[in-house]
Design a protein around this ligand. Structure first.
Ligand SMILES: Cc1cc2nc3c(=O)[nH]c(=O)nc-3n(C[C@H](O)[C@H](O)[C@H](O)COP(=O)(O)OP(=O)(O)OC[C@H]3O[C@@H](n4cnc5c(N)ncnc54)[C@H](O)[C@@H]3O)c2cc1C
Length: 557
């Protein structure tokens, strides 16, 4: 199979979405006008997924050009798009930690409608922000311009059973993707903790799972289609528009709206999962072996204690066996009882270490084993809203970094070489810095430690480096605030000193100047961004902070 111009060429068929198939060119024309060396021998509706096929007598050289009419003034476009508009509403992320009021909120159903929204934005000088499910714990998805909800770009486009690939509309939620894949005996090779996000959302932020031989999810992208600030539809892959592809696979919505993606999958599989208690010192001393002790390994460390859960999972053909639920593993206990006690800790933080010890004893002090579908094992209940921060560092620095973090939590002070480009407060400056002795912190469990294979996606935090992600958390019982800023500042300082790169989805304080030093391809990414979006249509505050040099002024909507 060959790919050209964003349309799949399969045998002698070009397969395109019926209502999204028309790549935009200027000037617009009213009809699909293929310019083909070959002759179209027939067109027909291929299936219920609204695709049409065009049969050619020669697939070797062709282009497709054409659009439907696009009104040239904003009022006419606004009228045309009215049915896709939701009256102004507040957008809030999942954890309810960031919110914004977009100027306009559209839910398009096709690429063609997205192109019209982009034109409207250009005509009216608005910024544009695509969103998935708003799960990013930062202002990454926020805008005061036009917000594009991608919920209705959710159809299956193509499954290639031979090569184990799937092409989907990029707004599809992961859980829906899993349902489709199951029907074809396929599965994603790795997943993060949940499947509520959109496909484009997880790729845009280099969302990761765990596994020494398993890279971030965006490394599974084989090709994608992007609608740019000019309203152009660009197809890119590992062999076509390669720079755009390398930049777009993890692009934070900064290059345009991704409308479809082809992903590498594997045959559906079950995982045998064992989790067992261990001691932090033993784990850190034997980390190299532990990382490779199963296909997928993660650690949950209970700070203020030396308790760790070692979670391992391997592919298996064994029958499904699920552990019998007890009072301590029931959702009621963990969700309600734990949340209630965390709320008490808001007023008496000194109870936090005791609560952590108790919860470890109640839920994790005995080994747990099960066999289940890959999705059921990879995913788990993330309970209730939380502040989170997560960075990746090279595997080889993991033990040192965890020891430094332990010291910081217990002493309340950091003594490390600070990273560059961190911009949150005075203590984040370059060079050796000792923060004055402060009171110990009281922080929530778990500190999650996961391992990710290096990849070659330009903005992936695991670009070129086998990486360990360390994630910290402070729960917000009943959505209430808890103190977290001192913990965050010290954590970032420690991570930066271990060659850390922050997780893109999570709020962090590294400026472009800092990031450009740790991402070898940051400047190449900026070049692609400048070329595709010279006016900065897709920038928001987050992207201006982290993807644009401080000295470069950017327009605001
Ligand atoms: C409970 C919870 C668990 C999580 N677990 C993990 C985990 O295990 N591992 C991990 O790495 N991360 C994890 N995350 C982070 C999460 O995977 C990311 O925040 C992800 O981006 C969320 O996807 P979303 O669909 O909600 O995207 P959003 O938050 O809506 O958007 C994220 C980014 O994607 C861009 N985007 C969305 N759609 C498009 C599109 N069509 N075209 C171009 N850009 C687009 C947006 O503009 C934005 O920049 C978790 C988050 C939560 C809240």
């Amino acid at each position: 199979m060959e790919h050209q111009n964003g349309v799949d060429v399969e045998g002698s068929f070009i397969v395109v979405d019926r209502d999204t198939s028309l790549p935009y060119t200027t000037p617009p024309s009213t009809e699909l006008q293929p310019e083909l060396n070959a002759t179209i021998t027939s067109t027909y509706v291929e299936d219920d997924n609204q695709t049409i096929a065009i049969a050619l007598d020669d697939e070797s050289s062709w282009t497709l050009a054409g659009t439907r009419n696009i009104p040239k003034d904003a009022t006419a476009l606004q009228k045309e798009l009215h049915s896709l508009l939701t009256p102004t509403k507040t957008f809030e992320n999942w954890a309810r930690t960031f919110r914004c009021i977009p100027d306009q909120y559209y839910t398009p159903t096709s690429e063609e409608e997205i192109i019209k929204i982009i034109h409207l934005a250009r005509l009216s000088g608005k910024h544009v922000k695509p969103i998935g499910t708003g799960h990013s714990p930062s202002d990454l998805a926020c805008t005061d311009g036009i917000m594009i909800n991608t919920d209705k770009l959710n159809h299956l486009i193509r499954v290639d059973k031979k090569n184990l690939t799937v092409t989907v509309a990029a707004g599809m939620k992961l859980h829906r993707l899993h349902d489709h894949l199951e029907l074809y005996d396929l599965a994603m090779s790795n997943l993060g903790s949940i499947s509520d996000q959109s496909v484009a959302g997880v790729m845009a932020t280099a969302t990761h799972g765990t596994g020494a031989e398993y890279p971030s999810l965006c490394a599974s992208i084989l090709d994608l289609t992007l609608i740019t600030a000019k309203g152009e539809k660009i197809y890119c892959s590992k062999t076509e528009n390669v720079d755009i592809f390398n930049a777009a696979a993890c692009s934070l919505g900064a290059l345009g709206i991704i409308t479809r993606m082809t992903l590498q999958c594997e045959r559906a599989f079950r995982l045998e999962n064992k989790q067992e208690p261990a001691k932090l010192g033993d784990v850190l001393n034997d980390l190299d072996n532990i990382i490779h002790s199963a296909e997928h390994v993660r650690l949950w460390w209970y700070p203020h204690t030396d308790n760790v859960v070692v979670w391992r999972a391997n592919r298996t053909t064994k029958d499904i066996t699920r552990p019998i639920s007890s009072w301590s593993t029931s959702r009621w206990f963990i969700f309600h009882f734990y949340q209630g006690l965390l709320n008490v800790c808001r007023f008496i933080p000194s109870l936090i270490p005791t609560l952590s010890r108790f919860m470890f004893w109640a839920t994790q002090s005995k080994p747990i084993e099960r066999v289940d579908s890959s999705v059921n094992v990879f995913n788990f209940d993330c309970l209730f809203p939380q502040y989170v921060n997560e960075w990746s560092i090279p595997w080889s620095r993991t033990a040192e970094a965890i020891r430094a973090l332990d010291l910081f939590i217990e002493n309340g002070s950091v003594q490390v070489e600070s990273g560059v480009g961190i911009d949150s407060n005075e203590s984040h400056t370059q060079g050796i810095k000792t923060v004055k002795k402060e009171t110990a912190l009281k922080v929530h469990f778990p500190i999650e430690i996961r391992f990710v294979k290096k990849d070659d996606v330009w903005l992936s935090p695991a670009y070129g480096v086998d990486s360990c992600y360390i994630g910290i958390i402070m729960y917000r019982p009943y959505g209430k605030p808890v103190p977290y800023k001192r913990f965050w500042a010290g954590f970032e300082q420690i991570m930066a000193s271990f060659e850390g790169r922050p997780h893109w989805a999570k709020a962090h304080s590294v400026t472009y100047e800092g990031l450009v030093q740790s991402y070898p391809k940051m400047e190449a990414f900026s070049e692609v961004r400048q070329k595709l979006d010279p006016e900065g249509m897709f920038l928001n505050s987050y992207l201006r902070r982290h993807l644009v040099p401080t000295s470069v002024p950017t327009s605001s909507s």
